[in-house]
Ligand binder design. Structure first.
Ligand code: GLU
Length: 330
């Protein structure tokens, strides 16, 4: 090759590597099952990123997954770059706690912010005879998908109630939508689901399968909060679902938007500013769970892992105080 054409090839390579022609960053956002709230929220976030940040070389898509525990691990191994995850699971993962993460802490995850509360829904099949947690013994119970946050929280609730999955006739796993169908067909007796209020799966369970809520006793809620301070006492207000006449006391966590530590600061800053400030009304319109609860001023409440420095920059600019647990780590 002549000297001149060699020079041109080098120039082209430089243009490509500096991102002149190609997208610089592609972010796959891990969510949960299609009938949950993570999936529509993650899809909405990806759409906003593609609409407003493609000009900056940032593109995204959403992927349906088993849920929080899968998501944090998949960020660590590079299958995902961002995700929604429960704040109890992010805490267990980052600190290497519980059977799932013991000896395998997940240090690659960073916080962007908490988005909305998730409620533990305990639903039982009409005719199952289940009134209390103790009645679950010998029953077939859906305890969450493989890799879900649902299973993590459900295990903690069982422990607090002095029960184990071994006390059940069967601990059933799979997609939440399939669990609702099993409930409807009388093939399982109850289901546990940690999800934002108003998910499609819970609407179907209450409206079509006519499942009823089992309240979580206050002493169990208190035990959980004493042991794990990021659990909160919450109420699923009466009327959240058709035919639900009573408010339901239960335990709550926060849905958190998390990202890999390897995503550059300016990319995370742009994403956080787009969603939480510049287009916050559009962001909140993605789903009623966000619309009801999201506010950037509360987005550090319940964050249990360090912030990504790119997100921390935004909170600093807004004058929002960063709690110790959320202090950014590179
Ligand atoms: N909180 C659930 C989990 O981590 C997912 C809920 C949803 O998909 O909205 O397993």
């Amino acid at each position: 090759m002549k000297k001149k054409s060699l020079f041109l090839v080098a120039l082209l390579a430089l243009a490509l590597s500096s991102g002149g022609l190609a997208a610089k960053v592609f972010i796959t956002i891990g969510s949960g099952s299609m009938t949950g709230v993570y999936y529509p929220v993650s899809s909405g976030i990806a759409k906003m990123i593609n609409t407003y940040l493609a000009k900056d070389g940032i593109r995204a898509n959403a992927r349906s997954t088993g849920g929080s525990a899968f998501n944090v691990k998949a960020i660590a191994n590079g299958q995902l770059q961002a995700a929604l995850a429960q704040n109890d699971v992010t805490y267990f993962a980052y600190n290497g706690l519980t059977q799932t993460f013991e000896g395998r802490p997940v240090k690659a995850i960073r916080g962007i912010g908490t988005l909305y509360p998730e409620f533990l829904h305990i639903l039982a099949r009409p005719g199952s005879g289940i009134k209390t947690l103790a009645d679950l013994k010998g029953k077939k119970v859906y305890v969450g998908d493989i890799g879900s946050g649902v299973e993590q929280t459900t295990k903690r609730v069982f422990e607090a109630a002095g029960l184990t999955f071994g006390d059940l006739a069967q601990a059933v796993r799979g997609k939440a939508g399939q669990a609702v169908e099993l409930l409807q067909d009388g093939k399982i007796d109850a289901m546990f689901y940690v999800v934002g209020a108003g998910s499609a799966a819970m609407q179907q369970a209450t409206e079509i399968a006519k499942a009823y809520f089992v309240p979580l006793p206050l002493d169990i809620i208190q035990k959980l909060i004493n042991k794990y301070p990021y659990y909160t006492q919450v109420i699923i207000p009466a009327g959240t679902y058709k035919g639900q006449d009573l408010s339901v006391p239960t335990v709550g966590v926060k849905a958190t938007f998390i990202i890999s530590k390897d995503i550059p600061d300016e990319v995370v800053y742009k994403i956080a500013k787009l969603l939480f400030v510049d287009k916050v009304d559009e962001f909140k319109a993605i789903h009623p769970a966000l619309g009801t609860f999201f506010s950037v001023k509360k987005a550090l409440d319940g964050l249990t892992i360090p912030l990504h420095p790119g997100a921390a920059k935004l909170y600093n600019e807004l004058g929002i105080e960063i709690p110790d647990l959320a202090k950014p780590v590179k």
